[in-house]
Design a protein around this ligand. Sequence first.
Ligand SMILES: C[S@@+](CC[C@H](N)C(=O)[O-])C[C@H]1O[C@@H](n2cnc3c(N)ncnc32)[C@H](O)[C@@H]1O
Length: 402
Amino acid sequence: MVTDNDVQDIAALRTMMVRELRDQGAIQSEPVAAAFAAVPRHLFTPGESLQVAYGVDNAPIVKRGDDGLTLSSVSAPHLQATMLEAAEVKPGMRVCEVGSGGYNAALLAELVGGSGHVTSVDIDPDIVERASTFLNEAGYHRVDVVLADAEEGVPEAAPFDRIIVTAGSWDIPPAWIDQLTDDGRIVVPLRLKGTTRWIAFDRDSRGSLVSRGYGLCVFVPFQGAGSHTERNVTIDDGVVLRLDDEDLKIDVAAARRALHLPKIERWSGAVFDMPDEQMLFLLTNDPNMALLHADQQVIDQGLLSRPALRGVPVLIGSDSFAYRAARPNDDMSSGYESGVYAHGPSAEELAGRYVELLRRWASKYHRRGAASIEYLPKPAEPAAHSSAVIAKRHGTVVVTWP
Ligand SMILES: C[S@@+](CC[C@H](N)C(=O)[O-])C[C@H]1O[C@@H](n2cnc3c(N)ncnc32)[C@H](O)[C@@H]1O
């Protein structure tokens, strides 16, 4: 039962959440602030304390698979706010939310108002039932919650001015582009080279998508027909290379031999900062980049260094590999300098290539949002230029560093 004290707590917590989201820069506009101030988030997170419900970084888990991995969660307010700002949802728009939970759909309903419409689609009947119930209890009766695999979109409710995807997608299904209005926008957490970024894409006159902004994020995986299993190559106990790229050849025996050779370290004299932005640059500026992950035990043994613990861009050669390092340096604006650890017979050559990339990023692209990302649905082909071209099932992602 909700007491008078709870009601006061809820109002105070909601005000505090909006203030924190503004302070972080996640909320930037009055309509988004008003939506967060209006929707009672705790009604969509039953079983959680009010503090958890209104914590800006909290994403309460709703469902896990048999393997323990999260299949559904109520996304964290800071990410929802960031993606809603990127979507620029206006009154009267028709919006499709891919992946339901109820709360984000209610925020969207506030943003589109009485003249707009929100459709939310989820592949999981439990989630659809839960989201519908909570939306009705909170008074958002006009949101349609649909049970379907969103790989096909929701043709009966299209066209949409905005499609907001809330599951990590490896590709952009043709239906999403087909069901978008001519000047529509998709905000989608897209997997690129083993990491996920939300990208706000505008549709252009050729039917391609052009980015307006992006940022690092983590989402539960997209299931159903569009699901994608990433390629993990085990080099040794607790050492894994994560690859999105089927073409990249790995000689596992050679990589293991290199791992057990002493490492060299080379320093760039360039700043280490904004690891997420630097990571996108590294992953998209050499076709032989992947992500290197190591267990704590491997770090403790001294085989690899700490950056590998959370996944670090690694340049792979035929018999050697090199990965990013950082060390304190008071001459740098961030207080840290970037560098490289490299193992194997060609360590020197790989380290040199890597250091050049680190210097190029620091001198030309040391800021947020420096890349331009395009999605070209098949049969469109990328123009012949030096940008990173990432092949997907239904099209191509082109990442350019202007
Ligand atoms: C992070 S949750 C959604 C959170 C929600 N938007 C909110 O309000 O916080 C992601 C959801 O995507 C759904 N999903 C995954 N693959 C899907 C697919 N192919 N079609 C539709 N829904 C999918 C999952 O069932 C899960 O409920």
